[in-house]
Write a protein that binds this ligand. Sequence first.
Ligand SMILES: [Zn+2]
Ligand SMILES: [Zn+2]
Length: 334
Amino acid sequence: MRAGYYTGNRTYEVKEIPDREPKKDEVKIEVAWCGVCGTDIHKFEGKNGASLVIPPIILGHECSGIVTAVGPDVKYFKPGDRVAADPSYGCGKCIYCQQGLPNFCLERHGVAKGFADYVYPPEQNVYKVSKQLDLKAAAFAEPLSCVVHGLDLIQIKSGSTVALYGMGSIGSLMLQMVKMTGAATIIVIEKEKEKQELALKLGADYAVDDAEIIELAKDYNIDYVIECIGLKVTMEQAIQIAGKQAKVLLFGLGDPKQPILINQFEAYTKELSIYTSYLNPHTTKRAVALLESGNIDTEAIISACLELEEMGEELETKRKTRSGKVMVRLSGKH
Ligand SMILES: [Zn+2]
Ligand SMILES: [Zn+2]
């Protein structure tokens, strides 16, 4: 089978490696599609994603596909099932798993590296998807499950004013989810005109840049600010525009070498709550249900569908990544 590796030092290589039969509770999935995540780009650039990166590693973790074989201990899946995989393994035994926090599992590792023709996640990480859901859309289960967790944390009240930074693929999913919470006013902060248009199309009331937001923020008590970029400047501004008793969710993956500055006096006078969100504990099932509901437009977010062999150039140039979500076609089945 083919597998797309990050081999270190900004190099990407598609290698031929043997595929194998699934062991124990493993489900062998013929990957149909795999989304490219910001963390894949981070890894290629030599930074860590959500955890430490030691090359060579197979990239990708947002995959969907069709089951081709199951290990002897598998109970609930059979060949032919259409599925999405949660890449994040929780052992179920460590102190964090025992508290229902598999995102902090001491044994956590990637179990569905989707830049490959086959993946072998354990059964507990596999989720069935209905025939109505296209497998390309099903590959959004992982990023959407992360968004669902973030929104679980801040619990948006209906009728609120929400400001959202960034119309990358995560911001675009977040916007659609925020719309469904019953937010009364949604303001998207995004500097690129094309992405501003996408924001308006996906339900934002305003799409402004980071200069215009300063003026606009004066007309509202912004109840929630969700930052989906991860830059120091936008994270700091997110805290600045937050209203009284606001909740600020720093969702974007920040640079560990660029800590942000918080004026604690300003935060105090506004009684701010600042949240961060790490991965997707127990939210994949709901993410799949949301995708199946048809209420999440994934096609509007996709900028390109590329072959595994084309990903080296894309990781290097980010040509298509800049304008939206890049999907890697493995079997390409629907
Ligand atoms: Zn991801
Ligand atoms: Zn654990």
